[in-house]
Design a protein around this ligand. Structure first.
Ligand code: ZN
Length: 232
């Protein structure tokens, strides 16, 4: 049976998808989560997922809404290779104008796998943390790409999928502010303590914005966004 009161959140264990999870818990009666094991260079994000999900249980308004968590393997991205996220490549600007952390078509793989899982589970609402305002300019994060993917997946399974992207137009400071709006300071603290954004998966250096190497582009973005949010 298809039910529009259940959503499936693409949940990586990072700041953005944790905020999306809270956004979905605020709006849907039931929320399931899916993560992707695509041969990430480190396990820090995958390790953060169960920690964040457990911590989410402390919000009494959301506890009963949290449903099953799923992990799907996507080995193809690692096999294709060439990205700083899947192998030991320096993170820098590439000749194509994109950072070397770009994983070609990653979000299309994720959305396709998530939609297939959602189809099987009678879910038609997907939620993802894609965002087109940040520096990286990954083409598979653009609103146009996501809208097109929703149309393609709906056609491919002869059903109607909605892909919600609550962070699409927000910068990192506003993502922090959205977390506070949804779950108060407790959600901001959870995000600082448990989520992993760092490309190097660093969990040893603690900053006011959370753990990370403090030097990679993802840490830089998270730190700057937090500083702007904290100053507001
Ligand atoms: Zn870092």
């Amino acid at each position: 049976m298809v039910q529009r009161e259940t959503a499936l959140v693409l949940f990586s264990g990072g700041q953005d998808s944790t905020t999306c999870l809270a956004w979905a818990l605020d709006r849907f009666a039931r929320v399931e989560t899916v993560g992707f094991d695509y041969g990430q260079r480190h396990r820090a994000e995958m390790d953060a997922r169960p920690r964040v999900l457990a911590a989410m249980q402390s919000f009494s308004q959301w506890r009963a809404r949290l449903g099953d968590d799923h992990v799907l393997p996507i080995d193809t991205l690692k096999a294709v290779g060439g990205s700083a996220l899947t192998e030991n490549v320096k993170i820098e600007m590439g000749a194509n104008g994109l950072p070397t952390s770009f994983v070609p078509a990653r979000n299309i793989f994720f959305l396709t796998a998530a939609a297939a899982l959602a189809y099987r589970r009678g879910i038609r609402d997907l939620v993802g943390g894609m965002c087109e305002t940040d520096y990286s300019g990954y083409p598979d994060c653009r609103d146009e790409t996501i809208k097109s993917a929703a149309k393609t997946l709906s056609l491919a399974m002869d059903t109607h999928f909605d892909i919600h992207t609550p962070l699409m137009k927000l910068d990192k400071a506003r993502t922090w502010a959205l977390a506070e709006q949804l779950g108060g300071k407790a959600l901001v603290d959870l995000t600082i303590k448990e989520t992993v954004t760092c490309y190097n998966g660093d969990r040893t250096h603690r900053h006011d914005w959370g753990y990370g190497c403090g030097e990679c582009p993802a840490c830089d973005l998270r730190a700057k966004g937090y500083a702007k949010y904290a100053a507001a």
